[in-house]
Design a protein around this ligand. Sequence first.
Ligand SMILES: Cc1cc2nc3c(=O)[nH]c(=O)nc-3n(C[C@H](O)[C@H](O)[C@H](O)COP(=O)(O)OP(=O)(O)OC[C@H]3O[C@@H](n4cnc5c(N)ncnc54)[C@H](O)[C@@H]3O)c2cc1C
Length: 385
Amino acid sequence: MDARSAALVRANFQSVLDAPHGPERLVSAFYGHLFAENPRLRELFPPTMDMQAKRLATAIQYMLDHLEDWDRAQKFLEQLARDHRKYGVEAAHYDQAGPALFAAFQTYNGPNWTRELAGGWRDVCLLISAAMAIGANSDDSPPYWEATVVGHRHVLDDLAIVRLQSDDPIPYLAGQYVPVSVPQRPRMWRYLSPAIPSNPYGEIEFHVRKVRSGWVSPSIVNETEVGDRWLIGGPLGGLQVDQDNGRDVLMIGSGTGIAPLRAQLIEMGRRGINPRVHFFIGGAYPCDLYDVENMWQLSQSNPWLTIVPVCEHKTNPWWYPHPTEDAPYGMHRRLVGNLGAVVASFGAWEDRQIQIAGSAKMIADTRRALLAVGTPEEIISTDPV
Ligand SMILES: Cc1cc2nc3c(=O)[nH]c(=O)nc-3n(C[C@H](O)[C@H](O)[C@H](O)COP(=O)(O)OP(=O)(O)OC[C@H]3O[C@@H](n4cnc5c(N)ncnc54)[C@H](O)[C@@H]3O)c2cc1C
């Protein structure tokens, strides 16, 4: 695809994102075309499709951002197709999805549809459907594994740690995330990041925060019971420390975003030699740093690891039942301020490999703060949230 076409489709997609309900209109045109041509495909998807707009927009944006780094985009799309196997979507279905996506852009653009736009989007839709068909065909592993809840613990009012035992070990890499379906909300798959590395015993742990008005997370936090059977789909994502590139590591995580970073650090703790890691753990209040002491304990036996707690407020909120405790003796003192601003106040960290994990807003704010002090964009990795 030439640079002019790439610029054209990027600008066109930005106009979709900027328009009120643009992604929702695009995704409804996409599924409208897809299901009109192939009505039986509707049965494969969950009853409520309200998260699909955001997911589709995130996937298209990610691949448009990586048109010049196609290996990375291809890997992402292949993973996405492997992930869709949990719905029963097969390689052949992408022959129908590509044209439906193209038709959706045409419908969305209406009278503004030009020959150049048609050429650009045709190329993009072909690239997407071809990469996803390859992905769907390239994996013999099961589309999902089954696991039993063996522990459920509230660590904050709105945050629970859930431990499961899978029937067979799930071959994810520390730092990856997995789609999960729980019995209280069948077929409503949500991504969660395992907080411990994969192990031969099939033990797996998730940290889940309740999103107000969410369908699945409140149910996981409030209704999960020991003995529940969960479905866990194939792993996705590429947050990983490159042990060979000679760079030290900067990790920045807040809320349950610490999970994929924590899993990598626990795994690194099993190795003898590691690059130096600074891990900034953020939260609104000191009480939000629910796992900081565990991470600090890990750093006690792993001198390559430094834990730095950061809070926006110095003390716990008035309604929190416990007073603000001092950090344990020896732990880095809690820094106060916006997480991204605090990290950037130390400099550009340009000699590091950087991972940021948390909410979409936290990732965007932190990335912006780092870019503003001169951090090269290509050393920053995040999950597509
Ligand atoms: C790569 C990846 C890894 C993830 N890992 C974890 C994890 O380890 N632990 C965890 O708790 N969650 C994680 N999430 C988020 C999780 O997948 C769900 O999106 C989240 O639990 C909300 O699901 P829900 O069904 O409750 O809300 P939905 O019913 O899906 O959404 C309800 C409403 O809330 C909004 N919303 C969704 N998520 C958020 C949010 N985070 N903040 C504010 N508003 C939101 C939606 O836009 C929608 O309007 C991860 C997401 C991604 C993409």
